[in-house]
Design a binder for this molecule. Sequence first.
Ligand code: HEM
Length: 400
Amino acid sequence: MLSEKTVKIVKSTVPVLEEYGTTITSTFYKRMFQNHPELLNYFNHVNQRRGTQPTALANTVIAAGKHIDELEIILPAVKQIAHKHRALSIRPEHYPIVGENLLAAIKEVLGEAATDEILQAWAEAYEEIANVFIQVEGEMYREASLQKGGWTDFKAFTVIDKIKESEVITSFYLKPTDGASIPTYLPGQYITVRLSIPDEKFKHNRHYSLSCAPGNDYFRISVKRENECEPLGVVSNYLHDHVHVGDQLEISAPAGDFVLNTEETEPVAFISGGVGITPLLSMFEKLVKDNSEREITFIQAAKNENVQAFGDYVKELAKKLNKAKVYTVLEQKNLEETDCDHIGYIDLSFLQKVVSKNTICYLCGPVPFMKAVVQILNQMGLPEHHIRYEFFGPKVDFIQ
Ligand code: HEM
């Protein structure tokens, strides 16, 4: 329990942290990786270079400081981050390392303005915040270990099949190398692949949504080759080029809270852009397995038919249900005969035709795609809690 004085100091220094937040966390990362290079086995090197992870951490620290005497307010955000931490095998013993280097960074950036009193107050506040994370994560580790076939940390899986789904997307089917069963998971969850790339000093971790419903004796991920963004998809492209049937991958147990609510009965729409189809396909497959009576709309957007994955499969699945409709949206068609319901981007008039106002929408795709679709759904007057989405990459702006 923090003293009133500490709470006051922490809250009153939040504006300063807001001003210098990103510089503090960038300094913090530099220090921490100098002192503890082994932690580079956990962090996404690309996010570090892009600066997205330092911003995410800065936002969270500041948000926590603002609410230091009512930390339950940030609990939903903590849970979301904790899923990622658990998937990456972040442990209680890592927290003091972060705390120590964060405080040293505050001192370095703020100079004399960071008095001993202020540093002491933030040290206590950090411990309080860290304890919330450690507790939430402890519960998640416990759950993962208690599940049938469950495990914590990373475990070897063998690639039992590798299937090209489109010009850029390839699926990997994975089974535990030790022959154990795999745990069940919630449709929409992801697994984390930890990869050692020859000649690279540190390991790489990437989260990939499971692209099939629970209930199989394998996991499936469907990975997009990244040739457009810089730096190129280090892990994704390595999987495409160098990981084959019979190879082994280190995997952590399913995690994530962007999941289908199977209790709800309202109409549901899945709106996918590109490889963002993966978690939504898992959700749709689940509804098909359950013989769902819900009104279901699946909208699949892709650049063109060559890069579109699972197009025919989604249509086949829809035929198994009474009330499922599928729409294909292509930015452009390469062949005249391609079956497509809308050409160009998803827009208001198109969505108004296919999605009713009482629909619950699950969205996944590139950030500009999701921003555009969320804006349209807002314009249509859908309630906020009916618009659910998953960003790939760090959630930069999720805590206000
Ligand atoms: C990711 C906050 C402690 C390692 C994140 C993210 C946030 C965050 C906001 C981004 C989540 C997202 O991608 O959606 C915090 C806070 C901490 C804390 C507030 C302390 C109270 C730690 C510790 C470690 C750690 C102790 C391990 C040394 C990571 C890693 C990621 C991550 C590896 C994934 C980011 C990437 O790979 O780029 N954390 N974190 N965090 N955190 Fe933490």
